[in-house]
Each structure stands twice: as C-alpha cells, then as structure tokens.
Ligand binder design. Sequence first.
Ligand SMILES: NC(=O)c1ccc[n+]([C@@H]2O[C@H](COP(=O)([O-])OP(=O)(O)OC[C@H]3O[C@@H](n4cnc5c(N)ncnc54)[C@H](OP(=O)(O)O)[C@@H]3O)[C@@H](O)[C@H]2O)c1
Length: 304
Amino acid sequence: MRVLFTGAGGQVGQDFRDVLSGIIPSGGSATALMGSKEVTPGEFEVFGIDHASLDVSDASAVQGTIEHIHPDVIVHLAAYTAVDKAEEDKEGAYVVNAIGTRNVAQSAERVGAHMVYVSTDYVFAGDKGRALVESDETNPLGVYGATKLAGEQECPPSASIARTAWVAGVRGKNLFHLAAAVGQDGRELRFVDDQIGSPTAAADLAAGLVALVRERPAGLFHVAGSGQASWFDAISFAVEAAGGSRSQVSPIATAELDPQPAAVRPACSSLASERLASVGLSPLPEWQDGIGRLVAAIIQESST
Ligand SMILES: NC(=O)c1ccc[n+]([C@@H]2O[C@H](COP(=O)([O-])OP(=O)(O)OC[C@H]3O[C@@H](n4cnc5c(N)ncnc54)[C@H](OP(=O)(O)O)[C@@H]3O)[C@@H](O)[C@H]2O)c1
C-alpha cells in the first residue's frame, strides 16, 4: 500500500513515518494501534512530504505531487498550528487549513486515494462540562479551530477524519519538555486548572492513524489519549514522572494569565469516541500511559 502524508516535518509526521516503517517511535508503544496488528517493515511504501517540498496551499503543486506518487491513501497532517498567531493572521490560517485541505482532497479524489484528515478538539466551544463525542455540535471559539473545521468540511464523505487533542511528541515543541526539565531541576511552575482536555502522545496518535490507513473507515472519529486532565493535572503528572514533586506545580485560573493569550481556548474539550468501536477499533491508551512514556523518552534522549 502506498501511503503519502503531508506535514512530514511536524511532531506527528516524524512519529508517523516511524510507525509506517515498522519502527516504534521514541516514547511509543505497540499497544496504541487501536486493536490493529503490528506493522511489518515494508508493509507500506512511505512518502512523507514536508513543507519545504510542498506548500499545500499551492493547488497545482499538490496535484502534481499526488499524481506523480499516485498513493492509495493520503494522510493530511500539514496545518497552520500556531493557535494564537492565527487570531491576527486569519487569512494565512484559512489558506493552509481550509484551502490546503481542499487541494489535497481534490487531488486524492482524482487519483482515487482514501483520505485521512487530522482535526482538533478546538472545533468545539467546550462549554458542556463533559467529554465530547463525534455527534456533539461544533462551535469553534478561535480562528485555528474555525479553519480546521472548514478543513473537515472540504473532505469527501468517504474520508476518515480523526479529531485529536493536546498532542505532544519527543520531537515536537511542547510543554512536556519543560515539565521533564522541571522535574529534574526542581523549579516551580504555574499551570491553569480550568482548561480540561485529552493529552495525547504523538507516538500514540501516529499508531492510531495507521489503523485508519488500514481500515479506511468513513466519517468522524475522536482519536486522543483516553481520559481527561487539566493542564495543571497533566503537567503535575509529568513533573512527577520526571522525578520531581507534584508540589512544584501550582494551579492558576485562565483569567489570571498575564498576558492573556490571543486565542480563547475551550474550557472542557476532552474527546471520547462513540464511533471507533462501531468500526472494530479500540481507543488510544490512557493519557497517563502515553505521557508517562513521552516523559521517559524525553529524559532518555536528553541524556544521550
Ligand atoms: N499539536 C496539537 O496539539 C494538535 C491538536 C489537535 C490537532 N492537531 C493536528 O494534528 C496535525 C499534526 O500536528 P503537529 O502537532 O504535528 O503540528 P506541527 O508540528 O506544527 O506540524 C505541522 C506541519 O505542517 C507544516 N506546514 C505548515 N504550513 C504548511 C503548508 N502551507 N504546506 C505544507 N506544510 C505546512 C509545518 O511546517 P513548518 O513548521 O515548516 O511551517 C509542520 O511541519 C495538524 O493537522 C494539527 O492541526 C494538532
């Protein structure tokens, strides 16, 4: 099976390349394949496309690349992910997240490839005070969420849309690198305890995406670390996993942040799935499992 994926230089893309190649990425686990079997090296012909090789907002370049490679499946990971910057660059975010996805979807259709699109919990307002399932109503609070939702709407009905949340990889820029360092050097941190989500290890998401590549289920699926946590919970857990103490982290309210971030985040956008089981797939591991492995891998990589 020929698999082309965009966003190959991003944190999920780098782990996804490993999983497709039959390698468990740093911090990954064979148990994250959502019930799908282990990948054997050579099972997939892998074509990871990074930003330098292809700008997804360039329709003719997208068409040329996809027609040349002629994949069976396209996993569209590339996105404008700067959530706060997007508030003042609405056009830039829209061009990448909506038009870029349209370009990929149209070319996928032209070559008859199945499309997998990765979306976000930020499509929700997060005002229900509970975990959200695929049938819950969307209502993004910010530009990033709105443009990713527009991307969902560009996908054909046959596409697999995987909404994920709070993704962190060993090779990405994310707050768990800070938490791992703080767990080892004893500094103190403050994190908000009134934003709740589903922390997701990039390696686990990458494994879950392989299950979608194999099964090609149509429609929306929530694919995120199981369970829920506030940022305060998740960072305290990570500091402790790195050898520190939970008492190094203090809770604060979002309203106390100074300066206030440009984008408003959902208060409670943890994701649960009512649809994975219907296509024979199981959810990703508990978030503590994924984040525990992530922190151990960050520490191991920083010491080598
Ligand atoms: N990270 C999260 O917490 C999170 C949560 C929910 C959903 N997601 C979704 O998961 C997917 C993967 O995210 P990630 O965490 O791996 O993000 P990431 O590390 O920011 O990777 C995104 C990649 O897209 C590339 N890109 C940006 N604009 C592009 C363009 N015009 N053409 C081609 N490539 C472009 C970026 O390249 P440059 O860096 O060179 O611009 C980057 O390598 C995205 O679709 C994202 O929306 C992420």
